[in-house]
Write a protein that binds this ligand. Structure first.
Ligand SMILES: NC(=O)C[C@H](N)C(=O)O
Length: 337
């Protein structure tokens, strides 16, 4: 009887990469002072026996790092493993445990390059498992619940944090000390309550099956860097980034991606030298940058990142540059993804 029930459950693989969800502190009072990436995936899974009721779960330790240290090579390695598993007939859903600092970048990357409609859920935690009121256990339980549900298919890469189901494209870490850290300017797609998913909306942007990008065709990612803007900003960072070989520079601009008059001539010159200039905004609750509003993008041949924050704009720019170096094509991709 037991065996029969298990056979009906979905097969979910949890790929572990580290982060606070695998973190450990010295005492239960340490919610903010701890070491990330300490606990192995077998131990994390064993700590939640209720997972067995949701799915047949097995873990794989892909890496064990704090997510601020994730490199492009790590992204490619993870992306390739996800694709292999997604191609496997006996895998129904994939969960990725991840540090929260760059979780939004990895989730967006996978959303762009994984050609599957199987659920891919990225999850982390704000407190280590050793802390009082640790959030990782429920976040992971919810991730496995969503990964094993048929309803989650075809909705792109998802993130389950704080009971919400967010689109991996839209979600961003908005605050670093609360468990209610992950938000999207456009709202969550749904909620998970007691292992059941409740859906309210769908992503409108191209993703996964409908994407023109495929991890299997991406050998390496080009160098794309970000320069932050503020009052009295100089052009030093922009010049240095270009000199070190950046193919595109994401302008993490003030307001609607505005550019200081001290920086404009440098960006014009860099564009003439072949560097792509992509205007985004670092406003906290979500930017909205439009072409030719604020700066004459047509005239300067710059691209706008629209609602993508600078770190997400970097991900799309890298992936897009594996296909084209045409600024019009890049702009199309920034509207569509
Ligand atoms: N909450 C976290 O996971 C933060 C940690 N620094 C990480 O991203 O790995």
């Amino acid at each position: 009887k037991e065996v029969e029930t298990q056979a009906k459950l979905a097969n979910v693989v949890v790929l572990a990469t580290g982060g606070t969800i695998a973190g450990a502190g010295a005492s239960a009072a340490n919610s903010a002072t701890y070491q990330a990436a300490k606990v192995g995936i077998e131990q994390l899974i064993a700590g939640i026996p209720e997972l067995n009721k949701l799915a047949n779960v097995r873990g794989e330790q892909v890496m064990q790092i704090a997510s601020e240290s994730i490199t492009n090579d790590n992204l490619l390695q993870l992306g390739r493993r996800v694709a292999e598993l997604a191609d496997s007939k006996d895998v129904d859903g994939i969960v990725i445990t991840h540090g929260t600092d760059t979780l939004e970048e990895t989730a967006y990357f996978l959303n762009l390059v994984e050609k599957t409609d199987k659920p891919i859920i990225v999850v982390g935690s704000m407190r280590p498992g050793t802390a009082m009121s640790a959030d990782g256990m429920l976040n992971l339980y919810n991730a496995v619940a969503v990964a094993s549900s048929k309803d989650a298919r075809g909705k792109g890469v998802l993130v389950t944090m704080n009971d919400e189901i967010q689109s991996g494209r839209d979600v961003s870490k908005m605050i670093n000390i609360k468990t209610e850290a992950f938000k999207s300017a456009w709202g969550p797609l749904g909620m998970v309550v007691e292992g059941k998913s409740y859906w309210f909306r769908l992503p409108a942007k191209r993703h996964t099956m409908d994407s023109e990008f495929d991890i299997k065709n991406i050998k390496s990612l080009p160098d794309v860097e970000i320069a932050y803007s503020y009052g009295n900003v100089s052009d030093t960072a922009y010049k240095a980034l270009a000199q070190s070989g950046a193919k595109a520079i994401i302008h993490a601009g003030t307001g609607n991606g505005s550019v200081s008059s001290r920086v404009v001539p440098t960006l014009q010159a860099l564009r003439k030298d072949g560097v792509q200039i992509i205007r985004s905004s670092h406003v906290n609750a979500g930017g909205f940058v439009l072409r030719n509003a604020e700066q004459p993008d047509d005239k300067y041949d710059w691209v706008v990142a629209h609602d993508l924050n600078p770190q997400k704009a970097r991900i799309l720019a890298m992936v897009a540059l594996t296909k084209t170096n045409d600024s019009k094509e890049l702009q199309r991709m920034f509207w569509e993804y």
